[in-house]
Design a protein around this ligand. Sequence first.
Ligand SMILES: [Zn+2]
Ligand SMILES: [Zn+2]
Length: 273
Amino acid sequence: MKRITFLAFLIIVAIIACSKSSNSSSSTIDGSTNNDFSLLYAKMYNIKSIDTSSSTVVIIKTTDVPDHKTPFFGKTSANYEAYNGDNPNFSTTINLMGTISDPTLLSQSLTFTIPRRPVMASSHQATSGGPIGIARNGVCFFDQYNGNGSALGSLEINNADQYLGHPTPSAAGAQYHYHYEPKWLTTKFGNASFMGFLKDGFPVYGPYENGVKITAADLDVYHGHTSTTEDYPNTKIYHYHVVSSNSSVPDSLEKAAPYINGGSYYGTPGTVN
Ligand SMILES: [Zn+2]
Ligand SMILES: [Zn+2]
C-alpha cells in the first residue's frame, strides 16, 4: 500500500515537472529571449526578396512602390486613383517655405538589414528622418517627425492620401512612406493584424488587439508592449502598434500621435541602404 502511494507520488511529480518544462519552452516571451519571427517574414509581400538564411540578420529588398493605387502615381499612370478620403483639404502639393512641391512617387532600390532575433537594447537609439521600418507590402515606415524634426501637422496630414501615405517632397527622390496607420493594410488584412517591421526587427501591429482599440496609454514610450497577438495567441512577444484616428482630417489625426513609434527604438536598429 505504502509502495503504491509512493509510486503515485513519483508519477505526479513527473507530470508536474513535464508540464512545467513544456510551459517554459512555449513562452519565449519578452523581447529578451528567443524572438523568432519566421511566421511574420512569410507574410511580407510586394517586395523584391527576403533572405532569412542568416542566424543574425534578415535582408529585405524593396522598390517601395505600393501595391495600392494613389494620387501620387501621377495622372497618366494606370495606378493613379483620385483622392477619395475624408480630408476636404487634401492636396498632392505641399508648400515648403515658399517652395511648392508636387512629386510623383518614384521606384526605390532599398535594402533593409534587420536583426534576426531582436532583443531589447540597453540604450535606446532615437529614430531619425527617412525609413524607420518596412511595412508588410514593402512600403517604408517613417516616424512622427518631418524633415525638420518637428511633429507632423496639417502641412503633412493634408498631403496624406486615402491610405495615409505620401512621397518625400523632393521630386528627384520622391520616396513613398507611411507615418500613420497604413489604411490599405488594415482594410486588407484586418485592424489587429501584422503591419510590418521596424528596423530593430520587432513587428508592428494594427490599431486593435482582441477587439479593443489600442491607445498610446496602453503602450510604453517606444509605442509598444509585450502581449499575445493574432499570430502568436499563446506566446507573448514585444511589438509596436500603429494607433488610429477614425479620420484623416488634421485635427483628429494629430490627436492620434505618435502614430507608429515613440521616437526611439525598443531594440537596436539595423540599417537601410
Ligand atoms: Zn512624410
Ligand atoms: Zn499589442
